[in-house]
Design a protein around this ligand. Structure first.
Ligand code: GLN
Length: 496
């Protein structure tokens, strides 16, 4: 039986509550019921905060009854990836190291969501510290794909994508260091955006590789993702990499006719879309055929599309894993159980074993990254690996900058393969890393990229990726809106 709240968008929730068609408490109760029914199978949540969510909902309902002003996101129920700090709500990074950590403050993004009336329902599963592509490396075990429970949900923000796809929350936040929002969005048939580096504050995000990562919204529509981006983006005095500008003004694209959106795009000069042909052709056929179909749909809408390529992409994956591991080894050095970490009674320990016992609490993938990162930063190898990776990063950034002088949007698959079975790649790190081959490009270049659901193959979702030049989120969201209308794909998994 379908529930009337099923698949409600942010706008529908806001209007419904504001116009007293239903109460915030009713909606939250529906979500809680949904989590209770679904999450045993999906495993998207590490922590669920029912009491607080209900309390917040009742407060919103009271405000409405008292005719007080409510935020534009009032009553929207969101899950937050468990590496984004939430005051007094456990934030574990899916790691034994932080299994009992209650942050004393909210991340800026969380603060902004709360100020606008969002109700946080809980914290979402992920690969430990964001390292992984499947959400299998977690202390609570893998998040399952809501379209087929034998398959991975993608990662590292698997909980963020699976919870939205299975209707366990309205929308969520993930973090994307090398694809962690886009890969699970693609695998779970939802929309996921990695913003331009510096558009969204990272204050309160537990660092993995801070020169590459951004917090990004996940939702069941482009419109929901744009609404959230508008709220979480912009200058933050607590993160001096954030920009102060009006890049964060997005129109209400969902209220515009497609023709209007297209004419706005073509306003100053003919808008041009480039298909990254070589990368698309190298993907599995089930995936590439959807990319070609999407290009046809855009052409049908009189958008100019032609084929192009990036030459330096072969360096993307090795340079990403070199830089990400180097930063991880440095960022994670603080978890030594002296400054940060779980509590281990020092009695009876001598220094070395106390330190190594503490550090051994990291999972195998995190340890692997720390080893690799320490190695590529060591004095004998720094020039050979780390410096080289930085050079490759600059080369990729430069090539993309040049390409964006000609093209407004570049199109390619999000992930070159379909979702795979749980356990299939867990013992082969290199195969696992290859999952990220098309997503790391945007992180190295610092540009925005979105994953949109475009179809299913054998019951498993397929996603397409669009990239734009720095701070051109507006264009990215506009083209995504058009494509979304054309493909009209299912984003709500009610399979189990
Ligand atoms: N899979 C990539 C990694 O393990 C990306 C992770 C992420 O974006 N947080 O590094």
């Amino acid at each position: 039986m379908t529930n009337r709240f099923q698949n409600y968008s942010i706008r529908q929730i806001h209007n419904g509550i504001k116009n007293e068609e239903f109460t915030s408490e009713e909606y939250v109760s529906y979500i809680i019921d949904r989590i209770e029914k679904k999450d045993e199978k999906i495993n998207a949540f590490i922590t669920v905060d029912k009491e607080k969510a209900l309390e917040n909902a009742k407060n919103i309902d009271k405000k409405i009854r008292d005719k007080e002003k409510i935020g534009i996101l009032a009553g929207v129920v969101m899950g937050i990836k468990d590496n984004i700090s939430t005051i007094d709500l456990k934030t574990t990074c899916a790691s034994l190291m932080l299994s009992d950590y209650y942050p004393p403050y909210d991340a800026t993004v969380v603060k902004r969501l709360k100020e606008n009336g969002v109700i946080i329902i809980g914290k979402l599963n992920m690969d430990e510290f964001g390292m992984g592509s499947t959400t299998e490396y977690s202390i609570i075990g893998p998040t399952k794909n809501p379209w087929n429970l034998d398959y991975v949900a993608g990662g590292s923000s698997g909980g963020s994508a699976a919870s939205v796809a299975s209707g366990e929350c309205t929308a969520s936040l993930g973090s994307d260091t090398g694809g962690s929002v886009r890969c699970p969005a693609s695998f779970c048939s939802v929309v996921g955006l990695k913003p331009t580096y510096g558009l969204v504050s990272r204050y309160g995000l537990v660092s993995y590789a801070n020169s590459l990562e951004q917090i990004g919204p996940v939702g069941r529509s482009v419109s929901d993702v744009s609404t959230l981006l508008k709220i979480i983006s912009g200058y933050d005095e607590k993160d001096n990499t954030t920009i102060s500008s009006d890049y964060t003004e997005y129109d209400d694209l969902d209220l515009k006719e497609t023709d209007q959106i297209i004419s706005d795009l073509n306003k100053n000069k003919p808008f041009k879309i480039g298909l990254l042909q070589d990368l698309t052709n190298k993907a599995d056929k089930e995936v590439s055929q959807y990319v070609y179909r999407s290009i046809d749909l855009l052409k049908e809408n009189h958008l100019e599309c032609d084929e192009t390529d990036i030459n330096s992409t072969e360096y993307a994956l090795p340079s990403y894993y070199t830089i990400a591991s180097a930063e991880a080894s440095s960022n994670l050095a603080r978890y030594d159980n002296i400054r940060y970490g779980f509590e281990l009674n020092p009695e009876g320990y001598e220094w070395n074993s106390y330190y190594s016992d503490s550090r051994s609490r990291f999972g195998s993938e995190v340890k692997r990254r720390i080893f690799v990162g320490t190695y590529v930063l060591s004095s004998g190898y720094y020039g050979k690996y780390y410096m080289k990776a930085q050079k490759a990063k600059s080369m990729i950034k430069h090539e993309l900058k040049t390409l964006f002088q000609e093209y407004d949007i570049l199109v390619l698959p999000t992930v070159p393969i379909l979702p795979f079975k749980i356990g299939e790649k867990i013992d082969d790190p290199l195969k696992m890393y290859l999952t990220d081959i098309y997503t790391v490009i945007a992180n190295l270049a610092g540009i925005p990229a979105i994953s949109l659901p475009v179809g299913f193959s054998g019951g498993l979702p397929v996603g397409i990726q669009l990239m734009a030049d720095e701070f051109k989120e507006k264009n990215l969201l506009a083209v995504s809106t058009i494509l979304e209308r054309m493909v009209n794909i299912k984003k709500y998994a009610d399979v189990f």
